[in-house]
Design a protein around this ligand. Structure first.
Ligand SMILES: Nc1ncnc2c1ncn2[C@@H]1O[C@H](COP(=O)(O)OP(=O)(O)OP(=O)(O)O)[C@@H](O)[C@H]1O
Length: 354
């Protein structure tokens, strides 16, 4: 549904050049919620702005729903109308809502419908339908100043849906909201994704956003995609930085030389007594150094760092047993474990906005 190929964006100011995007190739499948995560300055906003051509890429292509937007933009001012039409199929939600304070809630949602040339009656009917969809029908006549942050973002989402888009781009839509409101807005995005088959590309610096709504995710650093894929696959990929970010585990061997392994449980495996099974069948002592359990994309996932010891401890056999139980097992090597950058976030912490 969204494909970027070798996308670059270089900002040139009088005295310097900044490469915000450095060869980004991304593929978002129809109907999925795709999250791009990264620290401040990683290039996330540049990426999302290039996807709907609010920002003109320096090179590379952007295709949305089969239309090459970069080719349209490259054909000069005459192509403007075609580009505008293609853009109506792409909704955009902003961190600070970008509502017009002088217009009512309904007036804000009607704005893109005016641009699309709908009659007054059709505009009103469509706006009320959209406000109903986001649970704000009773606020149609209110002004933005009379709304909470979460309600303002719902209006922003209703407005973004005015052109019946197939794609919704979300630029840190929940970053200005408290955790409870964040959860309700994310639930709304998930519901819209499922009810309308909407493809959602969102950028965020919050790991919880990826955990709660994203089917797929990419990690961005210094203008590049460092990792990308389905969240469930990434969690099962040894060495995945995103998996480590989603479930940060700290803790080292209590005695030098003991084997420490990181174990990832998925779905029903998360509820099974695999660790006690290991201790019993392999005459092995298992110490839990760290553990985290959460729901990712509606499935329970857990990660645990354990230390193996005891009379029968044979690391290879124990690891073999855990793998046979369907768990992802990664031997923790303190010499190669990330110590800076990604790993410096405290367990459970979001990436820090610098
Ligand atoms: N209009 C601009 N002119 C010059 N440099 C820019 C411009 N916009 C962004 N940059 C630079 O490009 C780089 C990437 O910025 P971008 O806003 O895309 O990152 P980000 O990951 O979205 O960060 P944040 O989370 O802080 O919004 C940064 O170094 C930034 O300073």
């Amino acid at each position: 549904m969204i494909t970027t190929t070798d996308l670059t964006k270089v900002y040139r100011t009088r005295d310097r050049e900044v490469t915000a995007l450095d060869g980004v190739s991304l593929h978002v499948h129809p109907g999925e919620v795709f999250g791009v995560i990264g620290r401040s300055g990683a290039g996330k906003s540049s990426l999302i702005r290039c996807v709907n051509l609010l920002e003109r890429p320096s090179s590379g292509t952007v295709t949305v729903d089969g239309t090459d937007l970069t080719a349209l933009a490259g054909r000069g001012p005459r192509a403007g109308r075609e580009l505008r039409r293609a853009r109506t199929r792409i909704g955009m939600v902003f961190q600070h809502f970008n509502l017009l304070s002088s217009r009512t809630v309904q007036g804000n949602v009607e704005l893109p419908l005016e641009i699309l040339g709908l009659t007054r009656r059709a505009r009103a009917a469509k706006a009320l339908e959209l406000l109903d969809l986001v649970g704000l029908a009773e606020k149609a006549r209110a002004y933005p100043a009379q709304l909470s942050g979460g309600q303002k973002q719902r209006v922003g989402i209703a407005r973004a849906l005015a052109g019946d888009p197939k794609v919704l781009l979300s630029d840190e839509a929940t970053s200005a909201l408290d955790p409870e409101t964040t959860r309700s807005v994310l639930r709304l995005l998930r519901d819209l994704n499922q009810q309308l088959g909407l493809t959602v590309l969102l950028i965020t610096h919050e790991m919880d956003v990826v955990k709660s709504v994203c089917d797929s995710a990419a990690l961005m650093r210094e203008g590049r995609l460092v990792e990308s894929g389905k969240v469930s696959d990434l969690l099962a990929t040894p060495g995945s930085e995103l998996a480590a970010e989603l479930f940060p585990l700290a803790g080292a061997a209590s005695v030098a030389g003991r084997t420490v392994v990181d174990v990832t449980f998925h779905g029903e495996r998360a509820g099974q007594p695999v660790i006690s099974g290991l201790a019993r069948t392999h005459d092995t002592d298992v110490s839990i150094l760290a553990a985290a359990m959460d729901t990712v994309g509606g499935r329970q996932v857990g990660r645990m760092r354990i230390e193996l010891s005891g009379p029968g401890a044979d690391a290879d056999r124990a690891i073999g047993y855990l793998r046979d139980q369907g768990l992802t097992v990664e031997v923790h090597d303190p010499r190669t474990a990330p110590t800076a950058d990604l790993a410096d976030a405290a367990p459970g912490a979001d990436l820090v906005k610098e």
